[in-house]
Design a protein around this ligand. Structure first.
Ligand SMILES: [Mg+2]
Length: 237
């Protein structure tokens, strides 16, 4: 079994990082799954950017008056319904939601033998894959490797899961080293999940947060070009 990783592991967030405003059907699938499982609750909007789907469902249900025990009892069933509903309702073409320069950036990065691309996202796994496929971004990200909102409710637990899967993909035991892992995301929660794992982080201003909220990142990037420049700095370090 090989012991050394082949370079940098780059873990990309999806919403606000690769695509923008691509989540209408996703949000509707979650809401309709909540109604299918729990009946006609009155739901108020909750903060979603940077949170896992599990955490968003819990926040909505707690706000509607359910207890944590009631939420837990039906969580897996509810998420399965949300994923199935999204399969049926995801727009065929989400290419107009892709952020500028992202297709070119992914094409360039996936050709780099010193770099492994992956995902760290709050989206459920099947929703993430479906959304990126509809956006036309699946090819440079195949074979899929990463961690998802289906793996844990707390985003801070996701990076080690992705590191383990990326290592396994390359026949390595254990996890991809954190000093060779970079998270790219658009919220303070992306920064926190990178820090929880001891990984580096590039925050992007293309999503839900302004630069002022992202100052704890190693680098703040305003564009795909700036992400590429920052990654080459990490790769050279
Ligand atoms: Mg995001």
């Amino acid at each position: 079994m090989r012991q050394t990783p082949p370079g940098l592991l780059v873990l990309l967030d999806i919403d606000g990082t690769l695509v923008w405003r691509a989540s209408r059907a996703h949000a509707q699938a979650v809401v309709s799954a909540i109604h299918e499982v729990h009946g006609e609750l009155t739901l108020a909007p909750v903060e979603a950017a940077g949170f896992t789907d599990r955490r968003i469902v819990r926040a909505m249900l707690l706000q509607a008056g359910l207890t944590n025990a009631q939420v837990d009892q039906d969580m897996e069933w509810l998420l399965a319904i949300a994923a199935r509903t999204y399969e049926e309702t995801c727009p065929v073409d989400l290419s107009d939601t892709v952020l500028p320069g992202i297709p070119e950036l992914l094409a360039e990065l996936c050709r780099d033998p010193g770099l492994q691309l992956g995902l760290v996202t709050g989206n459920l796994e099947s929703i993430a894959h479906r959304k990126l496929t509809a956006a036309g971004l699946s090819r440079p990200l195949l074979p899929w490797v990463g961690a998802y909102g289906s793996d844990a409710e707390d985003r801070n637990r996701l990076v080690p899961v992705a590191q383990e899967r990326a290592a396994a993909l390359h026949g390595m035991a254990g996890r991809w080293p954190s000093d060779q892992t970079v998270v790219v995301g658009d919220t303070p929660h992306d920064i926190a999940c990178a820090r929880a794992a001891g990984a580096s982080v590039i925050a992007v201003t293309t999503g839900a947060y302004e630069r002022d909220a992202l100052t704890d990142a190693d680098v703040i990037a305003d564009s795909a070009t700036e992400i590429a420049a920052a990654l080459s700095q990490f790769a050279a370090a």
